[in-house]
Design a protein around this ligand. Structure first.
Ligand code: BTN
Length: 148
């Protein structure tokens, strides 16, 4: 055990230094994804809960797209400061709901934040027999919109 102490110290210092060198990834702000959709996340509360608004660029319906509310939660920044999170978008112009889950990463050069997400979109099924085709799944990547 005594012999292992210097080794453990080196590992601890290396991990600690890495943790300190990674910039915090903060969900609050304006984001755009690879489909061209826009989202704004308001201030993340102390418990990790947050709300915001989502304007999708695409839709599975013929309804006019409207900005819709979102609610979510993130793990509070851990040592690596790249938290996991999830949020739900309640579409106001359709009878669907989308849940997103992902992680906020800071790119190697410490300049760019990126949200890597997967989503499930639940459509309304008119009958139980159509349940099998009511869920879509996909992937979206969000980057921060710079202040204009
Ligand atoms: C609907 O079509 O019923 C509501 C809009 C759904 C938009 C989806 S949610 C997942 C994907 N990512 C986006 O930014 N938009 C689509």
């Amino acid at each position: 055990m005594v012999q292992a102490a210097p080794f453990l110290l080196v590992v601890f210092l290396a991990l600690g230094a890495h943790g300190l060198s990674v910039q915090k990834c903060n969900l609050t702000g304006h984001w755009k994804n690879d489909l061209g959709s826009n989202m704004t996340i308001f201030k993340v509360k102390e418990d990790g809960n947050f709300s915001g608004i989502y304007h999708t660029a695409v839709s599975d319906t013929t309804e006019r797209i409207q900005t819709s509310p979102l609610r979510g939660s993130q793990h509070l920044p851990n040592q690596l400061n790249q938290p996991t999170f999830g949020f739900t978008v309640h579409w106001t112009f359709s009878d669907s709901i989308t849940v997103f889950t992902g992680q906020c990463f800071v790119e190697e050069n410490h300049e760019k934040e990126v949200l890597k997400t997967m989503w499930l979109l639940r459509k309304h099924a008119d009958k139980r027999g159509n349940d099998w085709k009511a869920t879509l799944v996909g992937y979206n990547e969000f980057t921060r919109l710079e202040k204009q």
